[in-house]
Every structure is written in structure tokens, then in C-alpha cells.
Design a protein around this ligand. Structure first.
Ligand code: C2O
Ligand code: CU
Length: 706
């Protein structure tokens, strides 16, 4: 159990979305509010708990070990004087495990709103009791109100087993594995994540599309993949970039994959802010492609979106991109055709845009540029992709091998006391990581499009597909420090959460402290006055009501009866973030023609590419995003706007106090977010979910800036 005792006092004043009449585009009360129930014999009290969040650098508040952290605010009314119930003086709030095995004090409460310390438990019960003393450390008085967290609605295992005949985990009855080799590619079964259960009926599901894996044409010599190289480009330079096929040795096997210039990740391009360069793309793949320069406010014609800004580049053809870089920071490039296949097979690279300001970052000894990915590999190599349509259209294709810069085991050696600047980019199809270096302190300094207003200490970095975070980490003890992804998975069939921890790499810390010692500058949280001044120009737009809204939802057609049945049971609760690939069979077999993910404009009812927003250059527009809980399958979506930048002003009505320019925002299930879009760049641009399979399943729209 984790209970922190700090909370921002400013939250106490605020009104909760849990109270009053339900707002049409408010966050889900069903997932983020608890209605308190009166205990036997209590006549008049009532109340509600808002499972809120503390303002923070990420849209999801989570501990380093992966527990979601709620800043609970309780609103009570009708409480009689404590003395009217017996020899009591105060009301006290408690949090307990569902079986009441552990009970922790939250604090004194009364009629009105009280913000309580953060709660970080999978499932819990909130209790309000009348106590003899407000200082009571144990619940010994009279119970007045109680309520259960939404997650407690998940079905207990014996019920599900009874109802559906599930095979419990580790019964050894699902030893099937993917098999995809030779010329006759066929579907078999997806690899099972360890410890998860699968129903017999689930094991018979297959995607209704042809399997696809790349293979080299006969006689062709396919190069072995090479590590990434740094390429420095100056204004006027031309880079030749070839998307092609490579062989990749993998655990005694050889995988056929894709790469830019034979490298995974693709070349790391470094340019000065304000530079202009040319990239000549050659397509040597077996399918059409394009390159999108993610996050860069470049000229629309070179944004790389097929049929919107350019024709797809056919195999053997070329396309010339002219790029300009108005903003410093870390960006990336990837194809914009069947990302679920092309990006997953290795077509991704970083772009580093250097600021002319010598003090743009506070000091660090070295920089590491990490691209985080996961790959889905079975006993016989890569699990095939869907040829005509994407597979994994429900939750996206989670991999089972974690990769840093294309390799399963990242390592780095540093001297004791070093400060390292890490540039992190999540290039996975769907996985959101919760990364930390246990034992080393970390602060976040930047994100998608530049620096935060001020540096901030973090326990971990929550990074969804396409997002970037820049962190400084100080290693001040000799020995090994692991880079880990620690999350709570949800076994939907058995209604239980489980711990998942993956080691992505290791940092070896050796003796000999470097000079100068950066401890002082590291310990200080610097404010970036230039960023703050830039953002200040937008303050006047921040407080008005939203100008536009988008609802994120989905529709399913023709899913197998079994899948529909399970998903209906499952919809009793949606976890804010699906961190892990649970429901593997159902998810795998669901294809892009059975599932339609939707962006809906509630003002017009229009959906996806029928939405046609039009703005003028210089407009500043506030958009409310709502991830609809009542959707058939609710989960998080990283929403990306092309060609512009935005600020994430608030999540679930909690205002952020430390802003940064972004191009991608992660919306947890049932959550709302307000963003302020700076429409600075003319053209016709895309908005879409950056889960590759959701994009393939239609979750996109376009808007025009004149
Ligand atoms: Cu990286 Cu359209 O996105
Ligand atoms: Cu999505």
C-alpha cells in the first residue's frame, strides 16, 4: 500500500465534476467518482468522493511501481454533529483494502469539500466514521458512510470461471504459439503473456484477413541491420534516405524487417533550430510509403500524409521533402502508411533540433537518445500482420520483447555522480510505458515541442506512443541501476490486477566522481524564462470555455459473438490505462473492418474524415477532448495534431501549473482534457490517435488553417 501525505492546497477550493448536474462533456463519473452509501442507522449524511489527480507533468498520475494515484476529494453534506451519534467529536476518512485487511487514516473531514492524501491502490474502500478524537489513528468509532472504488466492480475469478469456463492461469492448457515461417504463411495462435488466462473459445479465434510478413525477392541480397548513426545536417544539405528491407539476427533466428538506410533506429538527424534541409526518400519496400516528420511545424506539402499532402510513394519511386525546423527539441520521423506494419518493422528515427541558446538545458555530462519499442515475437519469429486490414484493432499490437534503440538490452556506463540527459521517444504501436531508474533521482525538463516552464522532480516517466520526454538523471551511487517499465496489468477475465516489471537496460555506475560536480545545478529546479514568456502570451485564452470538442469513442461490427459477450461483461469497468496486452486472442483477431475507432465532433455529430474544421492562421483555439466511457471498449488514446503545437491546460478539470508545448496528448479512459491549440501553420493537417492500429481503424480527421 502506498499513501503519500502531501497534496496541493489549491485543490481544496475547487469544485468537483462529481458534484451538481452532470456536464455533457465532463469526465466519467462512473470511473472517477464514488457515491458514498449510508451505514445502517445513519439518517441524513450523504457524500461523494472525486478520484482526482494532482497537477503534474503527465496526464496520468502513477507511482514508479505502476499503481494509479488518485488525489481523492470528498464532498459531504447532511452530517449531524458527531456528538449526536455517541461520544464522538469528529469525522475521520479512511481507506481500506476491499477485504478490510488494511485500513489507513486519510484525515479529518466535515460537511463541505476536503482534499485527502493520495491513494494508490488497485481496489479500495473509502470509509467515513465518527471518532472520539480527530487524531484517531485507528478506526474504532461508528461507521457513517462508505463507498467502493469503481475497480472493485470487476468480477471475482470464481464467478467468471463458473460463467464462462475459463482456463485458470498456469494450468498448462494453452501451449499454442505463433507459427509463421516458410512460404505458406498462416495464422496459428498469438504468444500468451505469462500468468494470463485465456478461454477455450478465445483460442479458436483467427483474424479474418490474410497474414503478411515481408520477405526479400528471390536472389536479392538483403543486408544485415546496422546500428543507428548520427548525421549532422546544415542548412542546404541533402540527405538520401532509403526505406528498405533488412535481415535482423534475433535469438538464433533471422527476422526480415524494414529499416531506413539499413539502420534501426533510422539515422539520428541533428540540425540547428531554423535550419532548412532536403531529404530524398527512396522507397525500396514491397509496398507504398511516405515519411511524416512528427511534431515539426514544417511546410504542409512535406508533412508526409498520403492522399492529404502527397501521393503515396510507390515501390521503386522517390519523393523529395524540404524540411524546416522552427522549434528546438526532440522529434521523430516514421512512415504514414500502415504504421501498424511499417513502423513496427523498424521504420523510425529521431530528429534532434538544437537551440542556439547555450544554456537551453541545465548542465549534464552526456546525452542519450532512446527510442522505446516493443516487438511481438512467437516461437517461429514475428507474428504476422494483417494484409488487407490491421489485426489487433481493439487494444493495439502489444509486443512481448522490449527494445531500446532496436536492441533488447540497452546498457550505458557512467561515472559516479554523473548527470545524464535522456531523450525518450515512444515508437511502439500501442504500449504506454511507466519508466524509472530505481535508486537514481530524475527530473523532467522537456517534452514534445521544447522545455517545460520549469523542471520538475518525477518518480517515473509516463510516455505514450509518439510522445517525447527529456529527463535529467543523476547517478550518485556505484553499482548497476536498471531502466525499468513497471505497471499494473489487468486480467480482464479474472478481474484482478497483476504486477509487470520489465528491465529495458542497465546503467553501470563506476567510481571516480567527475569534475565539475553538477550536484548543485542538478538539485536546483530551473525555470526556462524564454518558454515561460512565450507561454505567457497565451494566458488570456486559457480560462474561457472550450471553442471546440472531440469525443473519442468506438463502434464494432461483426465481431465474433464470443468477443462481444466478453466485452460486454468487461465494460463494467475500464482501467484508465491499458498498460499491457491482456485479452490477447480477442484483441489479435479483431481487425480494422470489425472495429471502427471514432473522433466525433459533438457540435455537428460528424465523425472522422467527415469532420472539417477550418481556422485562420493565428487563431488560438481551446479544444475539449473527452474519452467516452460508454464506448464499447474504453481505453486510452494518444491524440496527435499535425503541424501545430498545443498546451495541455487541464485533465479532468484539474489545471496544470507547469506547461509545455506538445503535439501528442494521452487521454486516459473516461477522462477529459482541455488543450490550447496554437494555429500557426497554414495547410490541411491530420488529427489522429497514435495507436497504430486505431489509426488504421479510421481514428483520424483533418482540419484546415488558412
Ligand atoms: Cu507520428 Cu500522424 O503521426
Ligand atoms: Cu486510440
Amino acid at each position: 500500500m502506498y499513501l503519500s501525505v502531501q497534496f496541493p492546497a489549491a485543490l481544496a477550493a475547487q469544485r468537483s465534476f462529481c458534484d451538481g448536474p452532470e456536464q455533457p462533456l465532463g469526465a466519467s463519473r462512473d470511473l472517477y467518482c464514488i457515491e458514498l452509501v449510508r451505514a445502517v442507522g445513519i439518517r441524513s449524511a450523504s457524500g461523494r468522493v472525486e478520484l482526482g489527480r494532482a497537477p503534474g507533468p503527465f496526464t496520468v498520475d502513477v507511482t514508479a511501481d505502476g499503481h494509479l494515484r488518485y488525489t481523492a476529494a470528498v464532498t459531504l453534506s447532511g452530517l449531524a454533529r458527531p456528538s449526536s451519534l455517541g461520544r464522538f467529536t469528529s469525522y475521520v476518512a479512511w481507506v481500506a483494502s476491499p477485504t478490510m485487511g488494511v485500513v489507513r487514516r486519510l484525515g479529518v473531514v466535515d460537511n463541505g469539500r476536503t482534499v485527502l492524501p493520495a491513494i494508490a491502490l488497485d481496489k479500495f474502500v473509502i470509509l467515513i466514521s465518527a471518532e472520539q478524537s480527530g487524531a484517531a489513528q485507528e478506526m474504532s468509532g461508528r461507521l457513517v458512510l462508505r463507498g467502493m472504488s469503481p475497480s472493485t466492480r470487476l468480477q471475482p475469478p470464481d464467478f467468471m470461471q463458473f460463467a464462462l469456463g475459463a482456463v485458470p492461469p498456469d494450468s498448462g492448457e494453452h501451449a499454442h504459439h505463433a507459427q509463421a515461417g516458410g512460404d505458406s504463411l498462416r495464422w496459428t495462435m498469438v504468444p500468451m503473456p505469462p500468468g494470463l488466462s485465456m478461454l477455450p473459445a478465445e483460442m479458436t479465434l483467427r483474424p479474418n484477413v490474410e497474414p503478411y510478413l515481408p520477405h526479400a525477392s528471390t536472389g536479392a541480397t538483403v543486408p544485415i541491420v546496422q546500428p543507428r548513426q548520427l548525421v549532422r545536417l546544415s542548412s542546404g544539405d541533402t540527405l538520401r534516405l532509403t526505406a528498405g528491407i533488412v535481415r535482423r539476427p534475433f535469438k538464433g533466428d533471422t527476422l526480415t524487417m524494414f529499416a531506413f538506410n539499413g539502420q534501426q533506429p533510422g539515422p539520428l538527424l541533428q540540425v540547428a533550430q531554423g535550419a532548412e534541409v532536403i531529404v530524398e526518400l527512396t522507397n525500396s519496400l514491397d509496398q507504398p510509403t511516405t515519411v511524416h516528420w512528427h511534431g515539426i511545424r514544417l511546410e504542409n506539402a512535406f508533412d508526409g500524409v498520403p492522399d492529404l499532402t502527397q501521393r503515396p510513394v510507390a515501390p521503386g519511386e522517390r519523393f523529395t521533402y524540404r524540411l524546416r525546423f522552427p522549434d528546438a527539441g526532440i522529434y521523430w520521423y516514421h512512415p504514414h502508411v500502415r504504421e501498424d506494419i511499417q513502423q513496427d518493422l523498424g521504420l523510425y528515427g529521431n530528429l534532434m533540433v538544437r537551440s542556439p541558446r547555450p544554456d537551453y538545458f541545465s548542465p549534464a555530462y552526456r546525452e542519450e537518445v532512446l527510442m522505446l519499442d516493443d516487438l511481438l515475437v512467437g516461437d517461429d519469429g514475428l507474428v504476422p500482420f494483417g494484409k488487407e486490414e490491421t489485426t489487433h484493432a481493439l487494444m493495439g499490437r502489444f509486443g512481448n520483447v522490449m527494445l531500446v534503440n532496436g536492441e533488447p538490452r540497452y546498457s550505458l556506463s557512467v561515472a559516479n555522480g554523473e548527470v545524464v540527459r535522456f531523450f525518450l521517444t515512444n515508437v511502439s504501436n500501442t504500449r504506454t510505458f511507466n519508466l524509472s531508474f530505481p535508486g537514481a533521482r530524475m527530473k523532467v525538463v522537456g517534452s514534445d515541442v521544447g522545455n517545460y516552464e520549469r523542471e520538475e522532480w518525477v518518480e517515473s516517466v509516463v510516455i505514450s506512443p509518439a510522445e517525447r520526454y527529456i529527463v535529467h538523471v543523476r547517478f550518485d551511487r556505484t553499482g548497476d541501476v536498471a531502466l525499468v517499465n513497471r505497471i499494473r496489468g489487468l486480467d480482464h477475465l479474472f478481474g484482478r490486477f497483476f504486477q509487470e516489471a520489465d528491465t529495458l537496460g542497465v546503467v553501470r555506475v563506476n567510481g571516480r566522481a567527475p569534475t565539475p560536480n553538477l550536484a548543485t545545478s542538478f538539485n536546483r529546479l530551473r525555470t526556462d524564462t524564454a518558454v515561460r514568456a512565450d507561454i505567457a502570451r497565451y494566458r488570456k485564452h486559457m480560462t474561457r470555455p472550450a471553442d471546440k470538442a472531440l469525443v473519442l469513442t468506438m463502434e464494432a461490427r461483426d465481431l465474433p459473438f464470443f468477443t462481444r459477450q466478453i466485452m460486454q461483461l468487461d465494460s463494467i469497468f475500464f482501467t484508465p490505462v491499458e498498460w499491457s496486452g491482456t485479452m490477447p486472442g480477442m484483441n489479435w483477431a479483431a481487425t480494422g473492418d470489425q472495429v471502427r475507432w471514432i473522433l466525433r465532433d459533438p457540435a455537428t455529430g460528424k465523425e472522422n474524415m467527415d469532420i472539417d474544421w477550418s481556422f485562420r492562421r493565428g487563431d488560438v483555439v481551446k479544444v475539449r477532448l473527452l474519452n467516452e466511457r460508454r464506448s464499447f471498449h474504453g481505453m486510452q488514446h494518444p491524440i496527435h495534431f499535425h503541424g501545430q503545437r498545443f498546451l495541455v491546460l487541464a485533465v479532468n478539470d484539474v489545471a496544470n501549473t507547469n506547461l509545455v508545448w506538445k503535439d501528442t496528448v494521452l487521454l486516459p479512459a473516461g477522462a477529459s482534457a482541455d488543450i490550447l491549440l496554437d494555429l500557426s501553420n497554414p495547410g490541411r493537417w491530420m488529427v489522429h490517435c497514435h495507436i497504430a492500429e486505431h489509426l488504421s481503424a479510421h481514428m483520424m480527421m483533418a482540419f484546415t488553417v488558412q
